[in-house]
Write a protein that binds this ligand. Structure first.
Ligand SMILES: *Cc1c(COP(=O)(O)O)cnc(C)c1O
Length: 368
């Protein structure tokens, strides 16, 4: 096919990916990472009940999944006290962000987010032909007031806000988030990305209100549920908004094994408390490691910790590269001033001990 057959969008877009995968880095290095602490995956793993259910389902994988995601939607609706009509299941939050941008964005539609917030959202906005308007973080937090001001100024139909935030791990209390929801201008929709909400204190999530069509909440099985590789997540919102996804979604996109695993992990009531406890301990350990090396850890309520390397982005990048050379995969924020930090995911003790061994070597090497 000749280049001229592509849409102008594809011809004009730069070839970017929001995240370079650790596998790509491993191929480039010619060896695997020793500690995988960069992608906010849940190294403590999925629910054992989910593992067993998925193993049983493997032999049935010749069957497509249920395109309606009926049983999972019903279970999620019960958990959240809403109706199945208020739930959309998709191939992770990432896919749902893709569908939503497709539903709302046309040529140059203004969209508001924070500078340095979740880059996959930005990728979907650009891919749909929208124009991003980004407001700075305020004190390492996403800034609801600034988002609202920018949304009013640009008349953006779409506003993105994550709570807890990635990459800093900071969060706002429910009253702040509720006030943001209440002030969403007419004609705008707030995406409340709650990928890490299961780790947050009880007071971080405002109550669900599925009568409000100005907000959609996104949740995932990738983080607390430890099923990132299964690619499954969901949105909660007003029924007509949810139904609109059916016009654009890939109806057989969610795979059967993921549906079965997600359902089993929802029914395992011990899983989330167990993971919260392990993540809590791992966060403290990361903080300890940072402090032992003269660095400070930001207060986090997610399954990762941003470590302030104390200097500029170039220095944090050198720390990150040094860690990669030592076989430790971490990531870092993309823009100043947040990029003075590296972002370290929680994980099992063995991985954190490798991080504890290698960080002083890396820092000593940089000071030499
Ligand atoms: C990890 C993450 C996601 C991705 O979720 P998937 O369900 O795996 O696509 C979405 N939003 C934020 C803020 C994340 O950090």
């Amino acid at each position: 096919m000749s280049g001229s057959s592509y849409t102008s969008l594809v011809r004009d877009l730069p070839s970017t990916v929001p995240f370079v995968g650790p596998e790509t880095q491993e191929r480039a290095m010619g060896r695997p990472f020793r500690a995988r602490l960069g992608a906010n995956e849940n190294g403590f793993g999925p629910s054992q009940k989910a593992v067993e259910a998925m193993a049983r389902a493997a032999g049935e994988v010749w069957q497509y999944g249920d395109p309606e995601n009926h049983d999972l939607k019903k279970a999620l609706a019960d958990v959240h006290g809403v109706k199945s009509d208020n739930i959309i299941v998709g191939e992770g939050i990432d896919a749902l962000l893709g569908y939503l941008t497709q539903m709302i964005i046309t040529d140059k539609t203004p969209v508001v987010t924070s500078l340095g917030a979740y880059p996959t959202f930005n990728f979907h906005v650009s891919r749909a032909g929208g124009t991003l308007h980004m407001v700075p973080f305020h004190g390492d937090h996403e800034d609801p007031e600034a988002l609202l001001t920018k949304a009013k100024e640009t008349k953006a139909p779409l506003i993105y806000f994550a709570n807890p935030d990635n990459p800093m791990g900071t969060w706002h209390n429910a009253d702040v988030v509720q006030s943001l929801i209440d002030q969403v201008p007419d004609g705008s929709l707030l995406i409340l990305d709650e990928a890490y909400i299961e780790f947050a204190p009880a007071g971080a999530a405002p109550p669900l209100d599925v009568t409000n069509d100005k907000v959609i909440r996104f949740r995932t099985f990738s983080k607390a549920y430890g099923m990132a590789g299964a690619r499954i997540g969901y949105g909660i919102g007003e029924a007509r908004l949810i139904d609109a996804f059916n016009k654009v979604r890939n109806h057989f996109g969610v795979n059967r094994i993921a549906q079965i695993g997600a359902l089993a992990s929802l029914h395992d009531e011990e899983h989330i408390p167990r993971v919260r406890e392990l993540v809590n301990r791992a966060r403290n350990r990361i903080k300890q490691i940072a402090e032992k090396n003269g660095l400070s850890a930001l207060e986090s309520t997610a399954n990762f910790v941003a470590i302030d390397c104390g200097r500029d982005g170039a220095y944090a990048k050198a720390v990150l590269n040094g860690l990669a050379e030592q076989g430790v995969f971490v990531r870092m924020p993309g823009v100043p001033p947040q990029n003075r930090c590296i972002r370290v995911s929680t994980g099992p003790d063995a991985a954190l001990e490798i991080f504890a061994e290698t960080l002083p070597i890396v820092i000593a090497g940089l000071q030499a």
